[in-house]
Design a protein around this ligand. Structure first.
Ligand SMILES: [Fe+2]
Length: 186
């Protein structure tokens, strides 16, 4: 199944995610554009840039299974689980590499220790972006805040840093290191 078919299957007319389709697609497109721009700035090869774009379009595919009515998501799961749920969806379609993007884009990734310490409803395993492509998508995502009826807010580098800092010192330190690695400056 190609990317367009997967998006249609989960967010197209008559699908379980259709009510969330507008918020999902708008956010995914914004993140995909930013991620592609970062990848091109790093002079990554064609294949990596294409993967970054695909991964960004799919990173939030799990949101419709969560309880986030402002976004049109009518599922029963806690929102923070959209990453692991997205991973399951994409693995069921055989997209193992894209599936990891879903799991590792939440926050600045999460360590098993952070999951345990915060009592998050997630499996206790490290969910950290490993590849440069995963880091790019995770970072690009932090520049856009989904908000239901009001559209989508673009954050500055400083605002994105502050957003991550709320998760604690570990995530803040990781995020700063990635900004550096990806050549993103305020
Ligand atoms: Fe997300």
């Amino acid at each position: 199944m190609n990317i367009a078919d997967i998006l249609l299957r989960h967010y197209g007319p008559g699908s379980a995610g259709h009510e969330a389709a507008e918020a999902f697609m708008r956010h995914s497109e914004l993140v995909a554009s930013r991620a592609e721009e970062i990848a091109l700035g790093l002079a990554l090869g064609y294949e990596a840039v294409a993967f970054v774009r695909e991964g960004a379009m799919l990173h939030d595919i799990g949101i419709y299974l969560t309880d986030a009515p402002k976004l049109g998501c009518t599922g029963g799961e806690p929102y923070i689980r959209h990453g692991v749920l997205g991973r399951e969806i994409l693995e069921s379609h055989g997209l193992m590499r894209h599936a990891l993007v879903c799991e590792t884009h939440v926050g600045a990734g999460l360590t098993a220790e952070e999951i345990r310490a915060s009592g998050l409803p997630l499996p206790e395993r490290d969910m950290l972006p490993g590849s440069i492509e995963e880091k790019i998508i995770c970072v690009a995502d932090k520049f856009y805040r989904k908000s239901g009826a009001n559209g989508h807010l673009e954050l500055t580098v400083e605002e994105a840093r502050m957003g991550i800092a709320r998760y604690g010192e570990g995530p803040a330190t990781r995020f700063d290191a990635w900004l550096d690695e990806l050549g993103i400056t305020g």
